[in-house]
Design a binder for this molecule. Structure first.
Ligand code: MF3
Ligand code: CO
Length: 291
């Protein structure tokens, strides 16, 4: 796109200004990084102000759904109830639960308990009990714009070991977030997450990561946490992606349910935790759009 755009064309960002006095210098800066061997974002994952405004509306629904769950979840809550809350609130606000029918996924939300790493089915047989730790992962489509975030909930009294896993996992996400800045690299974030997890005796799931999001459910870049500072994709203002590390108390290895091909568990049966936020790279640093 940058190559095809002439100096006097209206800028691709929709500002109405001429390209030469809007994003031309920005695109040239990215080109310099590319020429120097960096992985750089394609223009299609750099959001315009109009797209960012639309994505923020989608995020409002996702936040409202998770806020409702936070207030109502507890001992005895069934997976199927959470699934209904998500469907009813999302559609009531004019949105669509993004997981529903996504690659054949049969529910509106993922509910992953204890040793479940992610993509847990919110069925009637899932009945939350005292001492469980559970991740509820919500994603919304509103007006064609996608949002995606997840939170952990401790059900009743939880053992100190599991509570610590939940807390450290949140810290991992927050320490990764602090590394997000324009003209930094995705690996700055990844290494911060990784190092904090391992410093606490935990491991990080390698196979499943975060992702660009906004115009699609899953866009470039893929967001891992085994990357090194100064590596991976260059971060530029207008990029939106999730930070959603899955941290295991035991070994990093995972396995997938052979029957439904969705639900992911730790191989050793030890607990796993995950928090997910959606982050916009800004001129100054970052803005959290969804949590
Ligand atoms: N919300 C998950 C994520 O963070 C994706 C779930 S895929 C689904 O990427 F099909 F289960 F929804
Ligand atoms: Co996600």
């Amino acid at each position: 796109m940058a190559g095809k755009m002439s100096r006097n064309d209206p800028c691709w960002c929709g500002s109405g200004r001429k390209y030469k006095s809007c994003h031309m210098a920005f695109d040239e800066k990215i080109e310099k990084y590319r020429a120097a061997g960096h992985i750089v974002p394609k223009q299609e994952i750099i959001k315009t102000p109009e797209q960012i405004a639309g994505i923020k509306e989608s995020c409002k629904i996702n936040i409202a759904v998770l806020d409702y769950i936070e207030e109502h979840i507890g001992v005895g809550t069934k997976g199927s109830e959470i699934d209904k809350w998500v469907y009813d609130i999302t559609t009531g606000m004019g949105g669509i639960p993004a997981p529903l029918n996504y690659k054949g996924y049969p529910y509106s939300v993922c509910v992953s308990v204890n040793d479940q790493v992610c993509h847990g089915f919110p069925t009637e047989d899932v009945v939350l009990k005292e001492g469980d730790i559970v991740n509820v992962d919500c994603s919304t489509i509103f007006n064609g714009y996608f949002s995606d975030s997840s939170r952990m909930f401790c059900i009743g009294e939880v053992s100190p070991e599991k509570k610590r896993l939940v807390e450290v996992t949140k810290e991992c996400m927050e320490m990764g977030l602090k590394e997000v800045k324009p003209w930094g690299h995705l690996g700055d974030m990844g290494q911060a997450v990784h190092d904090h997890a391992y410093a606490n005796g935990y491991t990080v799931v390698r196979e499943i990561g975060g992702h660009g999001v906004g115009l699609e459910f899953h866009e470039e870049p893929w967001v891992g946490y085994n990357s090194k500072r100064g590596t991976e994709m260059l971060l530029v203002p207008g990029m939106i992606f999730t930070i959603e590390p899955m941290i295991n108390m035991g070994k990093a290895d995972i396995c997938i349910d052979g029957e439904n091909n969705w639900e992911v568990y730790t191989k050793d049966g030890e607990p796993s935790a995950q928090w997910e936020i959606m982050v916009l790279v800004t001129e100054e640093g970052y803005e959290v759009l969804c949590w």
